[in-house]
Design a protein around this ligand. Structure first.
Ligand code: TXA
Ligand code: MG
Length: 342
């Protein structure tokens, strides 16, 4: 299969491009498109055969449910039931935006493969002009996970999607770099108080300012039935082992020297301000103490490490406040929990 990339931006007359994407979707195909978090790989959420193509293209385990993207708030009631008042407050405040809300699903509407074995459905209205235009032209719901091969970092540029899914999908809508850079917050609204299943762009503090106290679920062990099944898979894995390290220039330099003594080549992911001449490769991810910048740049940096000959990747941690919680959640997964011992 040829994979076509079409650029859609405000300077072009894009009507034909959207129509081409919608034709593919209506014929049961898949299309990659940008959202404000990461690129998604979409299929019509009511079409079982189409949804299965997402799992095939990604190599995704079939028990990991997909998020359903909608183009307006009112559509929620078509796909979910027993929607609590607090959810309406959150939608009012954060939609469109990087917040996925998990509800009891309305029976018989969404294709079974979207939420395999689940009585719930995760819904979100993305805050990206291309995603919204696509949803409005389609006039239907799009099941869409991140548009990476399963186990790779989520794509934040069309080129990342092409690298992972070349020849496996017919079309990528290229809307440039995504903004937030980490995936949406997943909030389970079927429990009381609601629980964060995955931290993301809308932070715990932001949610609590609207509906009061909520829970944060930490990851679950492989043998338990996970509430957010995505959590049980090792995610975002770079090709060489990644270690989290304290954001301290001298310590990182020392770590690199130790690894060199061991004959290892080292790539470092760290803030703009650090100079580590010892490092074989240095990928800057924005100013120190700016987790939003690290969120926007982390996945690209991990992918850049993958095209080096590094034997080991060291990544400087950021703070846990705001979107930093989501960054550290992803980084800890990419490291499979490993920290560099210094
Ligand atoms: O920002 C995002 O959320 C991106 C863009 C494309 O919208 N999408 C994304 O999808 O990250 P994906 O499939 O890579 O991650 C979806 C996460 C998984 O961890 C999955 O387990 C969880 O959401 N999830 C989806 N539906 C769920 C449900 N009904 N109950 C619990 N967890 C659910
Ligand atoms: Mg994903």
């Amino acid at each position: 299969m040829e994979t076509l990339i079409i650029t859609v931006d405000n300077l072009l007359d894009n009507e034909k491009s959207y129509q081409q994407a919608v034709d593919i979707l209506n014929e049961g195909g898949v299309v990659a498109f940008p959202t404000e978090t990461v690129y998604g790989l979409g299929a019509l959420a009511t079409d079982e055969q189409a949804v299965r193509k997402i799992f095939e293209a990604k190599g995704r385990p079939s028990d990991n449910p997909l998020i359903v993207h909608i183009g307006n708030r009112e559509a929620v009631e078509q796909y979910a039931i027993q929607i609590p008042d607090d959810a309406y407050k959150l939608m009012e405040k954060f939609w469109p935006g990087p917040l996925t809300l998990v509800f009891h699903k309305r029976p018989g509407v969404i294709a079974p493969s979207v939420t395999p074995g689940f009585e719930t459905v995760g819904l979100r209205m993305p805050d990206h002009p291309v995603a919204l235009e696509l949803l409005q032209t389609l006039n239907g719901p799009l099941a869409a996970p991140s548009a990476n091969r399963s186990g790779k970092p989520s794509p934040t540029e069309a080129g990342h999607v092409l690298k992972d899914l070349h020849g496996r999908i017919p079309l990528i809508l290229d809307g440039g770099e995504t903004g937030v850079g980490v995936e949406s917050t997943v909030l389970d609204m079927t429990v009381s108080p609601p629980a964060i299943l995955r931290p993301g762009g809308v932070t715990k503090e932001m949610i609590e300012s609207v509906i009061g106290q909520i829970y944060t679920e930490s990851g679950v062990a492989d043998d338990q039935a996970p509430r957010a099944p995505g959590m049980k898979y090792m995610h975002y894995a770079p090709e060489s082992p990644l270690f989290v390290i304290a954001p301290d220039e001298a310590k990182i330099a020392e770590a690199v020297r130790l690894l060199h003594a061991d004959g290892k080549k080292v790539a470092v992911i760290g803030p703009d301000e650090f100079t580590i001449p010892e490092a074989d490769w240095y990928f800057a991810v924005g100013p120190l103490h700016k987790p939003e910048a690290m969120a926007a740049n982390l996945y690209r940096a991990i992918r850049q490490c993958d095209v080096t000959e590094a034997d080991i990747i060291l990544a400087a941690e950021t703070e846990m406040s705001g979107v930093g919680a989501a960054v550290m959640n992803r980084l800890t997964k990419a490291a499979d929990g490993k920290r560099f011992p210094l």
